[in-house]
Design a protein around this ligand. Structure first.
Ligand SMILES: Nc1ncnc2c1ncn2[C@@H]1O[C@H](COP(=O)(O)OP(=O)(O)OP(=O)(O)O)[C@@H](O)[C@H]1O
Ligand SMILES: [Mg+2]
Length: 509
């Protein structure tokens, strides 16, 4: 590990980093910061949760001139929540330098953003649609941009985003520095990237596997109709501090969150059809531990950094290996450990193998816990809770009652009753989860050596298929920043629904 002082970072930024608790540079920071400060173009690839935000954030802050009231850097992110999160991290890094940072994203009052843009921010973090909207309204001028960052670069260069990115690029000087970061970088996408970069330095932090070592990875083979019971038993046994459950479609997410609530879990859903205010409030509650389980589409798969996420459950196996890498990467961040369980129906086993080939890591099969095992897990939790209550010793108001009870009842009975009342016992309240059609059958995994993310011919088709339909989406959205009503709740978010009907990948505005 290298100290930030060895990387020629100014005293003011070093102070900010120290305040943030950053003692030493992570490998991707060590590998990219000097190149970035030299003005080089960079493609930076490193595992999830290893500090890519600061890898571009530190040089951006170092280079910004806080006295020059023009936009000097533009960061584009695939989702609104990620744009907000990155702008917050940049704000912290740039605090001592007093750099002005603004996030612009869809779902927030545009006139408020226009007013904020008049305060002359120097760094803009935004989602593609809303950035374009501001360009068209001439409320965002990019002619002085020196550095452009695509966070989650492979996602941003996917078919659903590429047209927006190209249009934004036309508005940024060609004499710019371009920085691309992601945990995944499939070879075809890297080739697209290289077409608009100048002699990029490719910094890839070597690791045996694409996923983080300290995430234990399991899969559970289960029939579609069994999945919910397996999930609730796993939750009872694992007792996660915070968990994210990923579902394939928005309807799935709504139904799962509802069903979990019915069965007594504190869960909320997040997906692209919710209002932005609702999305942000759900995320805030999750960060503040007011809800324990976040049920999400892939809208929450990339970049989100929420400490305390100990478990990720893929209720539906993701269609893309990259999506798997990012989803499970919401746990096991910054050196912490995590656990991920992927549900797979027998027909979908081919997808599991493709994921394993890409990540170069085998998932361990997990036997679904029995109802008894789940109960034992909950009882153990009740014992812990009871012990904690005794240790806290705020019981004086109850001691007299306890002593009275002990004169008429057996002590063991009383403790057993207290434990029973604290235990979440099996609950068979009726719930409704509509069965998802399995992903189209994939028997073989014909991927070549992906070298950490490259893709074989066969697999490449996925992106190709998306591209065909994504054009229409761009056309509908361009100009107004509004999107047409495509809110079929069963649509897979950010991709296609099934083999028969291709759905456009949807970008954030
Ligand atoms: N040098 C550092 N020292 C300590 N903590 C750090 C350092 N750099 C980053 N972090 C912390 O590590 C966590 C993960 O960082 P970050 O979100 O940038 O990861 P990432 O590589 O972008 O992951 P993803 O691929 O999921 O987007 C954050 O909480 C961040 O504050
Ligand atoms: Mg990131």
């Amino acid at each position: 590990m290298t100290n930030f002082s060895e990387l020629n970072i100014s005293a003011s930024t070093q102070r900010s980093l120290k305040r943030m608790g950053f003692e030493e540079a992570t490998p991707i920071q060590e590998g990219t910061i000097s190149y970035a400060l030299e003005g080089r173009d960079i493609i930076g690839q490193a595992q999830t949760g290893t500090g890519k935000t600061a890898a571009f954030g530190i040089p951006l802050i170092e280079k910004v001139d806080p006295k020059n009231p023009v936009v000097q850097a533009l960061i584009i992110a695939p989702t609104r929540e990620l744009a907000i999160q990155s702008s917050e991290e940049l704000y912290k890094i740039g605090y001592d330098k007093r750099a002005r940072i603004l996030s612009v994203y869809g779902g927030q009052d545009i006139s408020r953003q226009i007013r904020a843009l008049k305060n002359k921010p120097q760094i803009i973090v935004g989602t593609p649609g809303r950035i374009l909207d501001h360009i068209k309204r001439r409320t965002l001028k990019l002619e002085n941009v020196e550095t452009l960052v695509l966070d989650e670069a492979d996602e941003m260069l996917n078919m659903g985003f590429i047209e927006d990115i190209n249009t934004i690029l036309e508005n940024v000087p060609s004499e710019r520095q371009t920085l691309l970061f992601s945990a995944t970088m499939p070879a075809p996408i890297r080739k697209i990237a290289e077409t608009f970069m100048k002699d990029p330095e490719i910094v890839k932090i070597k690791s045996k596997e694409m996923t983080v070592e300290n995430i234990e990875q399991y899969f559970v083979k289960a029939q579609e109709r069994e999945k919910f019971d397996v999930l609730s038993r796993l939750l009872n046994v694992h007792q996660p501090e915070l968990a994210i459950v990923f579902g394939r479609t928005k309807r799935r997410v709504d139904e799962l969150a509802h069903a979990l609530n019915i069965r007594g879990y504190l869960a909320e859903g997040i997906h692209g059809d919710l209002s932005q205010a609702k999305r942000l409030s759900v995320l805030r509650q999750f960060k503040e531990n007011k809800i324990d389980i976040l049920v999400a589409t892939d809208v929450a798969a990339r970049g989100l950094d929420i400490s305390g996420v100990t478990h990720v459950y893929n209720f539906d196996i993701p269609q893309d290996p990259e999506s798997y890498v990012h989803r499970i990467g919401r746990t096991g961040r910054a050196g912490k450990s995590g656990l991920a369980v992927t549900f797979v129906t027998p027909r979908e086993m081919g997808y599991l193998r493709i994921v394993e080939e890409t990540t170069k890591k085998r998932m361990t099969p997990l036997k679904p816990p029995t109802a008894d095992e789940a109960l034992v897990g909950q009882q153990a939790l009740a014992v812990e809770q009871l012990k904690e209550l005794v240790e806290k010793n705020h019981l004086s108001d109850y001691r007299a009652m306890a002593e009275e009870l002990l004169t008429t009842h057996d002590a063991v009975d009383l403790v057993a009753a207290a434990l029973k009342s604290l235990t979440k016992e099996p609950d068979d309240s009726p719930i409704k989860i509509t069965e998802e059609r399995p992903l189209p059958m994939r028997r073989t995994s014909s991927r070549g050596n992906s070298n950490g993310g490259g893709r074989s011919q066969g697999r490449g088709n996925y992106r190709g298929n998306r591209s065909g339909s994504s054009r229409g989406e761009r056309g509908e959205r361009s100009g107004s920043g509004r999107r047409s009503d495509r809110s079929s709740s069963s649509r897979r978010e950010g991709g296609r629904r099934d083999s028969g009907r291709r759905q456009p990948r949807r970008s954030e505005d």
